[in-house]
Design a protein. Structure first.
Length: 281
């Protein structure tokens, strides 16, 4: 255990540093982080105890986490630690948004002779935006889809009230509530994969690979960004089509699974290297 402690501690410090920057920029303190960390440790202890076939009692959770039993009790009973599955709901909505855009860009009914997405009236005779949403979004109301696509800049309302598609895929950015919620979902997905691979034999591990240079010319960053927007989006479209053909309506037979593609630019390491070089001078 001692041999694992230092690498694990160092890994935690590296992953927590960007999280700490995000929290500080949005007004959260070390006290807030401690409260959140306590909740996470209690929930993680409950997960581990259930995996072991044990009842996650307050005493057992307290023993595993080192938190006082009364603290554990307060956390388990608090509304903060027992919020409904908001993240799952948001994931479902983002999935429906992606489906609507895919249908708009790929379905013959909603593309013109050149294969470009048609400008659609909001409602009325087909093809319309309302019909597009009905075909590809499942049970989400068209207005909810339209408002969200407008918010993320994926569509635009024209002067005559019709809707034009601007982007085949969309990403959340900025610092609004939806983007911050997505931050938690994306980071959780990444760490669940890493957690699984640490604990699993080679033949059961999930795919996890990367291509990273520590000496990439800064001038190449815009080119890398363009490459990934073209090739990455194309790859994800292929995966999305494969997945959609294998989805099931059975709750007992379904599981949340997929693929993430992310570009990496490590300003933190570059800054540290520059500081080190200046110190040596």
């Amino acid at each position: 255990m001692q041999k694992l402690y230092t690498p694990l501690r160092d890994a935690c410090l590296r992953l927590l540093r960007p999280l700490a920057r995000i929290m500080l920029r949005h007004g959260l303190s070390t006290y807030d982080f401690s409260r959140i960390a306590n909740i996470a440790f209690v929930q993680a202890a409950q997960d581990i105890l259930r995996e072991q076939g044990k009842t996650p009692s307050f005493s057992r959770v307290s023993t595993i986490t080192g938190l006082h039993r009364h603290v554990v009790s307060n956390i388990v009973k608090s509304a903060e630690a027992n919020r409904p599955g908001l993240a799952v709901d948001k994931d479902y909505q983002r999935n429906r948004l992606a489906r609507v855009l895919a249908g708009w860009f790929e379905s013959p009914e909603y593309t013109d002779e050149d294969g470009r997405p048609r400008v659609l009236p909001v409602d009325g005779p087909e093809p319309s935006f309302e019909g597009l949403v009905r075909s590809f979004s499942g049970d989400i109301y068209p207005k909810i889809i339209l408002d969200e696509l407008l918010r993320v800049g994926a569509v635009r309302i024209l002067k005559d009230g019709s809707v034009r598609a601007l982007a085949r895929r969309y990403t959340l950015g900025g610092a609004d509530a939806a983007a911050l919620q997505q931050l938690g979902s994306a980071a959780r997905d990444l760490f669940c994969t890493l957690e699984h691979n640490i604990a699993s034999p080679t033949d059961s591990r999930l795919f996890d690979d990367s291509v990273i240079s520590v000496r990439l010319d800064r001038a190449a960053i815009p080119l890398l960004r363009q490459l990934l927007f073209r090739r990455g989006a194309s790859f994800l479209q292929d995966v999305e089509g494969w997945i959609s053909e294998r989805e099931t309506m059975s709750q007992s037979q379904s599981i949340r699974a997929g693929v993430m593609v992310q570009m990496i630019v490590d300003h933190e390491s570059s800054s540290a290297e520059t500081t080190s070089a200046r110190t040596k001078e």
